[in-house]
Design a protein around this ligand. Structure first.
Ligand SMILES: [Zn+2]
Length: 294
């Protein structure tokens, strides 16, 4: 652990930590990540550690939502966690909101692409149609962790919320905040766009916990633009799609069936079918032959 990190951790008031663990259920976090800091060093008052009463970038670590849970505040790498939650034990009861005002739908647009398989690849978010320049709102309150341009996501912002959940907003035309700034639920954080690897203006929206994608449909009713509930129960079931990815699926070729038909049926590209099965483009299929489709 670096010196800066220690300094930052040392100014989290004990009472705040106790309060947080209570509100968000504690327990599981203790087992999930080692608390690798010295409890006695947390007795320093936050104000005393700040220079001119203003938090510096180092200090902002301590003010980071759910810092004790993540032990990670990476403002450069969008994906910077390595925990495999598909084998986690027990259940986390994650409090999403206290009142209905604590959630705001990022944009009222129809879902153009859902969470799940798409052309043989996993789509870890939900795409919502918009017009370039439409305002994008932060779903919950929190602190901007990422505000950058990425080749794939385009202009992208990640907000770390107070309960440890992170939401990601991609392909924006404009970003209104930089990392470290606090935003409220419903605050306009940027404008919709078509930047990065994007085929038409849309918002690519992700929900992640400790870096692992959660199906946004588990949390949000996208048809009505509201939360499904005030709490989210997180267990290994939440991440079970990871094991489904690894599971291989085979298909037996029927008479007259082409690879194009198989491709359409399973939503996997023809080139991926060739690759997965080690076939050359000139290969002809025979009836009854088994091909891997996932
Ligand atoms: Zn997308």
């Amino acid at each position: 652990m670096t010196k800066n990190l220690l300094l930052a951790i040392s100014i989290i008031p004990l009472s705040l930590l106790a309060q947080k663990n209570n509100f968000y259920g504690g327990g599981y976090e203790e087992n999930l990540l080692e608390r690798n800091f010295n409890e006695s060093s947390m007795l320093l008052n936050a104000d005393e550690a700040l220079i001119d009463g203003k938090p510096t970038e180092k200090d902002s670590l301590a003010l980071t939502p759910s810092f004790d849970l993540h032990a990670n505040w990476d403002t450069r790498n969008i994906h910077s966690y390595s925990k495999d939650l598909s084998r986690m034990e027990g259940e986390i009861d994650l409090a999403l909101v206290k009142s209905n005002h604590d959630y705001c739908h990022p944009i009222n647009g129809i879902v153009t692409s859902d969470f799940g398989y798409r052309s043989g690849k996993y789509h870890y978010g939900i795409d919502l149609r918009l017009k370039i320049g439409d305002p994008i709102f932060s779903a919950f309150g929190g602190i901007i962790r990422i505000s950058q341009y990425s080749a794939s996501y385009g202009n992208v912002m990640v907000v770390r919320h107070d309960n440890g959940l992170e939401t990601l907003y991609a392909h924006l035309s404009k970003r209104h905040f930089s990392s470290g700034q606090r935003v409220k639920a419903g605050q306009k954080i940027g404008l919709g766009g078509n930047t990065g690897r994007s085929s038409g203006p849309h918002l690519h929206f992700e929900c992640r916990y400790l870096g692992k994608p959660i199906n946004p449909n588990d949390i949000i009713d996208f048809e009505n633009g509201v939360l499904k509930g005030k709490h989210l129960s997180i267990s290994r079931e939440t991440f079970s799609y990871f094991t489904k990815i690894k599971k291989k699926v085979y298909h037996s070729i029927k008479k007259g069936e082409t690879l194009y038909a198989v491709s359409r049926r399973y939503g996997v590209s023809v080139s991926n079918l060739f690759k997965m099965n080690g076939l050359s483009q000139k290969y002809t299929l025979s009836v009854g032959q088994t091909v891997r489709v996932r």
